[in-house]
Design a protein around this ligand. Structure first.
Ligand SMILES: C[S@@+](CC[C@H](N)C(=O)[O-])C[C@H]1O[C@@H](n2cnc3c(N)ncnc32)[C@H](O)[C@@H]1O
Length: 274
């Protein structure tokens, strides 16, 4: 499971080099999030765990009169965001830990995050900080994965590689917020009200192009829980594992050269009292 230290180091570096692949993977979810966000007021928007900045840049472009701030712990991802968002004059990025971040000159009225809030050691404290910095009546809208069993893009490669299930299913990592009752309790303890969960299914694009299976293997070597296991394997074992994943992927539909696997997320919204 990816910790803050992982994101500050190797995992953040890989995601910074692979933002075209991660943005492509999440494209279906991003579109839904932007639709939901477009219905919400927001003049000062904070994107938590902004990664390579796609959501921040989309918001800055859609709302030229709003101020957008992206925050992330990975220096490489923040640098990538700054380069990608250089044309937006209403956009800035900070490299910092969002769980303790505050800036007296930036008081957000809307917080958002595409899958950037599941990696905190103390989620109640983190969401308590978000509650403290948002304006009265302000809102949060974030996405996170639903149960692993609904996310074949990760469960099947993990099974093929023989990876054990984590001891703590809610340890910091992609599935830390999979259980809506647990997440509701975290947000409520942190002071949030009007907590709501929308289940969203989308196609997680792992490969595309003339040879989407080979492209997908390159994805799995970089992104997601199986990537570390593949990296740590001896060459022969890795080739064997990649062969198993390739055979599984070959049986999946490749509509128009796009190989997308089932993925399931929550879009969680909540509000701070007036
Ligand atoms: C799964 S990635 C999502 C990145 C981006 N939101 C996207 O959709 O591409 C999780 C992000 O959360 C960031 N992150 C993890 N812990 C953090 C923390 N304590 N403060 C700020 N960012 C954090 C990571 O560096 C990473 O960029």
């Amino acid at each position: 499971m990816a910790t803050k230290a992982d994101w500050q180091d190797a995992t953040g570096k890989v995601w910074a080099r692979s933002f075209d692949r991660t943005d492509r993977a999440f494209a279906g979810l991003t579109q839904i999030m932007l639709e939901r966000l477009s219905a919400m007021p927001g003049e000062a928007i904070l994107d938590i765990g902004c990664g390579a900045g796609e959501l921040s840049i989309a918001l800055a472009t859609a709302r030229p009169h709003a101020r957008i701030r992206g925050i992330d712990v990975s220096p490489e991802l923040v640098e990538t965001s700054r380069q990608r968002g250089a044309a937006c004059t209403n956009l800035a990025f900070d490299c910092a830990d969002a769980t303790t971040w505050a800036d007296a000159s930036f008081s957000p009225d809307l917080l958002t995050s595409r899958h950037g809030v599941m990696f905190f050691d103390d989620p109640v404290a983190a969401f308590g900080n978000f509650h403290a910095i948002v304006q009265a009546g302000g809102r949060v809208l974030f996405s996170s994965f639903r149960a692993p069993a609904l996310n074949a893009w990760v469960t099947e490669p993990s099974r093929l590689l023989g990876l054990p299930a984590p001891d703590d299913p809610f340890a910091p990592g992609p599935f830390a917020f999979a259980d809506d009752d647990r997440t509701r309790s975290i947000l409520a303890k942190a002071g949030w009200r009007e907590i709501d969960f929308e289940p969203v299914d989308f196609g997680f694009v792992v490969g595309a192009g003339d040879d989407p299976v080979t492209d997908a293997l390159a994805f799995f070597r970089k992104i997601g829980p199986p990537a570390r296991a593949l990296f740590e394997m001896a060459d022969a074992a890795r080739e064997d594992a990649l062969g198993k994943i390739a055979r599984w992927l070959a049986g999946k539909p490749h509509d128009g050269g796009v190989l997308a696997l089932p993925a399931a997320a929550w879009i969680v919204t909540a509000r701070k009292a007036d």
